[in-house]
Design a protein around this ligand. Structure first.
Ligand SMILES: [Zn+2]
Length: 124
């Protein structure tokens, strides 16, 4: 739930690793936890974005079919879905990073060494 509100999944702070909509700091600015926990971590966020986008397109398609059947306006339908296919990943971009980090933390909780490194990164 924290991740879905763009908060750090670990410390719940709003002052997290996100830096604008498309960029990220190396660590959460509050707890110091690194979002890039392992090589290829971004692939998880990309996968999450793809799953969310295809889910949204499937839902929009189903709603469109049900609402307009049997006379489905194909061209507006396809154009609308194409616009959604571009806008949904952009809208979901930072959420997929926080959500993937939340999933990763749940599956692979940080060890003491990672927490110590996080703590020392924010203590000045
Ligand atoms: Zn944090």
């Amino acid at each position: 739930m924290r991740a879905m509100r763009l908060r750090c999944p670990w410390c719940a702070s709003r002052l997290t690793f996100l830096r604008g909509w498309f960029r990220r700091h190396e660590r959460c600015r509050t707890c110091g936890l690194r979002w890039h926990r392992e090589v290829g971590f971004e692939l998880g966020a990309v996968t999450m974005n793809t799953v969310v986008t295809f889910g949204a397109l499937t839902l929009l398609m189903a709603i469109g079919f049900v609402a307009t059947a049997p006379d489905i306006p194909v061209l507006p339908f396809v154009l609308g879905l194409a616009v959604a296919a571009v806008l949904v990943p952009i809208a979901m971009y930072p959420f997929t990073y926080t959500m993937w980090l939340a999933f990763d933390l749940a599956v692979h909780p940080p060890e003491q060494a990672e927490l110590d490194a996080a703590r020392s990164a924010v203590v000045h």
